[in-house]
Design a protein around this ligand. Structure first.
Ligand SMILES: [Mg+2]
Length: 229
């Protein structure tokens, strides 16, 4: 007898690669609203939420200490507007086929799935919609729901009850992600995790967080057999 699990899929670096497109657009939105040059690198964004990325960027400028919520909201609105056209038309983003293999295996085994991401809901819809993946998930937890990833698994558990009328034990929830923060969020909540190492230089840091599985490829059959258990 196996129990049904809830798999929580991260977006950037896990289901799709946004290339540098979304962080470029967010950087531009911050620059335009503050009049100061801002460039966001991989380490400024990976594992964080849209809101916390923007808050940190503003704190680094001379808006430090007094990051106004209205400026933050204006920047994020500007970001969403630009994403709608620029992300959709860019050919830089791509889908990670290994993650789709895992997603299919999870679905076929009858487990539940949802999105757990630092992106805002509107941005998630743009990113996943480009690849026909948005409709594939019944619900998600987004940057609009929580500013830090660590509080997201419990929110996902509540939402699973609202949307699916199913109750999952935290240990039967599996975070599928690509960053240290994803492994951390799983561990802090007593969830399992499957972390894919997309950047070899990050392997040691991720390993130190002791995810349940750390793989180079999400279609790894031994991992899939075990995690579907
Ligand atoms: Mg990610």
């Amino acid at each position: 007898m196996t129990s049904k699990k809830l798999f929580l899929f991260d977006i950037d670096g896990t289901l799709i690669s946004p290339g540098g497109v979304s962080r470029g657009i967010l950087g531009k939105a911050i620059s335009q609203e503050t009049g100061q040059d801002v460039e966001l690198g991989y380490n400024d964004v990976a594992g964080f939420t849209d809101r916390s990325i923007t808050r940190h960027a503003l704190a680094k400028l001379d808006h430090g200490g007094l990051v106004s919520e209205s400026l933050l909201n204006t920047i994020l609105e500007h970001y969403v507007d630009s994403m709608k056209t620029e992300f959709y038309h860019s050919n830089e983003p791509f889908i990670y086929e290994d993650c789709i293999t895992l997603l299919e295996a999870v679905e076929n085994a009858g487990h539940a799935t949802c999105i757990l991401t630092g992106n805002m809901k509107s941005v998630s819809q743009i990113k996943l919609g480009k690849f026909g993946l948005w409709e594939r998930f019944r619900f998600g937890i987004f940057s609009d729901d929580a500013e830090e990833k660590s509080s997201m698994p419990r929110l996902a558990r509540e939402k699973a009850w609202d949307v699916l009328a199913e109750s999952f034990r935290l240990e039967n929830m599996v975070l599928v992600g690509d960053t240290v923060q994803d492994a951390e969020a799983a561990n802090e909540n007593g969830c399992q995790s499957v972390i894919v190492c997309r950047k070899p230089e990050k392997r040691e840091l991720i390993q130190a967080e002791k995810p349940t599985f750390l793989v180079d490829d999400l279609s790894d059959q031994a991992m899939i057999r075990t995690i579907l258990g």
